[in-house]
Design a protein around this ligand. Structure first.
Ligand code: NAG
Ligand code: NAG
Ligand code: NAG
Ligand code: NAG
Ligand code: NAG
Ligand code: NAG
Ligand code: NAG
Length: 464
């Protein structure tokens, strides 16, 4: 009896095991076929490329086919493999459209001869066929010359490429709406990358609401050529997934990783993980960055996004002090991208306090050797962010250094040599105030808290 029951239980276990195994097998099979499916359908891009090779002409026929959601939009003559593909996904926004402005800005900044080395792929990634059709028409009418020359591709994706976008896992405490938005965005990127993987040697991701800076293409080429070590990703914007450049040979794998975690992670995390997985440990950001956000309205309905890329357009230093060797410290919050030393250096760049300023926050400059100084200038705010100033603060020249370690320094016995007026201190005649004493440190001190951050663009010290 007992034996029988044991057998019975074992039998039951076996059935359960088999079922489980089947389920796993089925899941895998399902996964594989789905993936295969995606890959086969992604070879629609190859169909596209095939059409390109046939040198399809541009007529209303293509426009009409556009209204078929499964078809691709405008094909172009094949110009052979190019140097750079710039991929731009775009979807419908409630009130604004930036894509046209983005494209005209970029075309305007691209020299005629460079257009032969670049291909732009605009991916109409909305599910709304009506919008896609009218947007394709709109772009075609205005940018026809680029389309016909094979510089601009306008594509869309078959809806079958998209995995499920409902009842997604919610991660990072995001709402279901936001998870859906960012998951779809992931799939958009994956599609665009697969489409683009064989068009050129390099691929750069852009958004539909950016403007390019002058000479962006030469800066990109130069930065690529300057790389001595192996690299995976070069960045030309510090924001989100803008201005990230890859070898096209890595696109297939990156696209897979994005699809694998499309529910769990926003794309700006996935790309960072990809770089690390591919053993690029630190970010390689070209400064100044080359692309500036213009979009205030995010493509997530109702979300306003006044974020600007703070590296764009670093100005040359104005005052160019003697700036003897020194170490700089601050009590303000810093980020690795905007170190406190930057305003003291001769090269362009600035210090951006990553937080509000509190009373008695300081930036301390400790000279390696005591100095005789006749003038000191501190300029805050920038041409682009003129209001990001220090509003209330003073500049003190100290003759004693009490303590110093790797993170902070304490100076004392000071004379106040200037106060901020309109975000600037220009202290002259310092020598007359200091007499025979040499200066060990100068300290910028905030005298009144302000509920927003500040930028220090330049610190210039003139010595006798
Ligand atoms: C860019 O725009 C400026 C001002 O409208 C114009 O003068 C210039 O010729 C344009 N350049 C190109 C390459 O389109
Ligand atoms: C990629 O492009 C090269 C040259 O243009 C071509 O020989 C190759 O077949 C293409 N591969 C795919 C997968 O389309
Ligand atoms: C990436 O993709 C290529 C080509 O499909 C493959 O050979 C390679 O092993 C993949 N993995 C990595 C880590 O590059
Ligand atoms: C879009 O416009 C409508 C009507 O003018 C307005 O109610 C809505 O707030 C706007 N949405 C955004 C994101 O600006
Ligand atoms: C700032 O420093 C001054 C002078 O040392 C002191 O009187 C004041 O209480 C300090 N304020 C804060 C908020 O710590
Ligand atoms: C600097 O000091 C000298 C002599 O003390 C004086 O003549 C001159 O006016 C001062 N300049 C300024 C800008 O304060
Ligand atoms: C839209 C589309 O082409 N879908 C196809 C994707 O690939 C599978 C398998 O080859 C086809 O059955 C679909 O029709």
């Amino acid at each position: 009896m007992r034996c029988n029951r044991v057998n019975h239980i074992i039998g039951l276990l076996c059935v359960i095991c088999l079922t489980l195994q089947c389920m796993i097998l089925f899941r895998n099979w399902n996964y594989v076929t789905r993936d295969r499916h995606a890959v086969t359908n992604a070879t629609i891009s190859e169909v596209q490329i095939h059409v390109i090779k046939q040198g399809a002409s541009f007529n209303d026929d293509l426009l009409i086919r556009m209204s078929d959601p499964e078809s691709l939009v405008y094909s172009v003559p094949n110009l052979g493999k190019r140097f750079l593909t710039i991929g731009i996904p775009t979807i419908r926004r409630q009130n604004n459209t930036y894509i046209f402005q983005t494209l005209t800005s970029i075309f305007n900044k691209t020299a005629e001869e460079d257009l032969r080395e670049i291909v732009f792929v605009v991916f109409l990634a909305d599910f709304d066929t009506g919008w896609k059709t009218s947007m394709a028409k709109y772009l075609y009418e205005r940018l026809r010359i680029y389309i016909e020359r094979g510089v601009l591709f306008i594509i869309n994706a078959p809806s079958s490429f998209y995995p499920k976008l409902d009842n997604l896992k919610t991660t990072y405490g995001d709402s279901q709406d936001k998870v859906k938005w960012r998951s779809k965005q992931n799939v958009d990127y994956a599609y665009l990358m697969r489409f683009s993987k064989n068009l050129s040697e390099f691929y750069m991701q852009l958004e539909d609401d950016v403007v390019a800076s002058d000479g962006y293409y030469n800066s990109i080429k130069t930065y690529i050529a300057e790389q001595k070590d192996e690299w995976i990703c070069l960045e030309f914007s510090e924001l989100g997934f803008i201005g990230k450049l890859y070898h096209s040979r890595d696109l297939e794998n990156l696209s897979r990783l994005i699809l694998l975690f499309y529910q769990e992670q926003p794309v700006d995390y996935i790309f960072a993980y990809f770089n690390v997985l591919m053993t690029q440990a630190s970010r390689k950001i070209h400064k100044p960055t080359l692309f500036q956000h213009i979009g205030i309205e995010s493509s997530l309905p109702g979300k306003i996004q006044p974020l600007k890329d703070r590296f764009v357009g670093f100005q040359k230093k104005k005052y160019m002090g003697d700036n003897p060797p020194a170490r700089l410290f601050t009590t303000m919050k810093t980020s690795p991208d905007f170190p406190v030393e930057t305003p003291y250096l001769k090269s362009p760049g600035y210090f951006w306090s990553h937080d509000n300023l509190k009373e008695n926050d300081t930036v301390t400059i400790v000279f390696d050797n005591p100095q005789s100084i006749y003038r000191a200038v501190v300029a805050t705010g920038t041409e682009q962010y003129p209001t990001d100033m220090i509003y209330n603060g003073e500049l003190n020249a100290c003759i004693s250094l009490d303590s110093i370690d790797s993170t902070s320094a304490k100076c004392s016995n000071y004379v106040t040599i200037g106060r901020f007026v309109d975000g600037k201190i220009d202290a002259n005649n310092i020598s007359s105030k200091m007499g025979e004493f040499k200066i060990k440190c100068i300290v910028i001190r905030v005298t009144k808290s302000q509920p927003f951050w500040a930028i220090i663009e330049e610190i210039a010290v003139f010595t006798r």
